[in-house]
Design a protein around this ligand. Structure first.
Ligand code: ZN
Length: 186
């Protein structure tokens, strides 16, 4: 059974196939939704669940930490396609862009934004303004968590405090998060 959007009262599955899980109830021989959300079948215990919509689209507010990919670089800003909010890693943010102005990258003066960010880098950042979304990477744990070689696009490795390309040997600089290369969000 595929995931589908349901409203309260909609049939999620039949009692022959599944047991009721979160956000569902049994009526006659059918399992129905208690809430507005997305159906989710737990194959292990054969339960039919509905994850409420409020949980699927996490609200983005000032102070939230988000992860996204840099899609575009300008002289004074980087444009980031948001992927998810910290704590809601399994619920991707749909098509949302945010900006990191050069003055919000780090606490000290930035001469050239290209020394701190690169296209396709994955960044962890904090929301400092809504409508439109502005991000900051000034804190130690914020910044680039994965970077790619500007010559050959291989993921850069952090060796003795230097970002090196394991393929072509290119050395680059970034505003790094202390989480760089850990492959997880802390
Ligand atoms: Zn390279």
């Amino acid at each position: 059974m595929q995931c589908s959007f349901v409203i309260p009262g909609d049939v999620v599955g039949s009692a022959e196939e599944f047991v009721t899980g979160d956000g569902t109830y049994l009526k006659g021989r059918s399992i129905r939704s208690l809430t507005t959300g997305i159906t989710e079948i737990d194959q292990k215990n054969r339960s039919a669940n509905v994850v409420s919509k409020a949980n699927i689209l996490p609200e983005l507010s000032v102070g939230d930490v988000v992860v996204g990919q840099i899609t575009n670089m300008r002289d004074k800003m980087a444009i980031v396609a948001l992927a998810f909010k910290k704590g809601y890693e399994s619920r991707p943010i749909p098509r949302t862009e945010a900006l990191i102005y050069v003055s919000n990258i780090r606490n000290t003066y930035v001469k050239d934004i290209n020394q701190l960010f690169g296209p396709r880098d994955i960044v962890k950042a904090k929301i400092i303004k809504e409508h439109p979304l502005d991000l900051s990477t000034k804190d130690e744990d914020l910044g680039v968590i994965k970077a790619y070689c500007s010559r050959c696009a291989t993921a850069l490795r952090l060796v003795d405090g230097k970002l090196e390309c394991p393929d072509c040997g290119n050395v680059e600089t970034r505003k790094l998060s202390t989480d760089y290369g850990l492959g997880m969000i802390r």
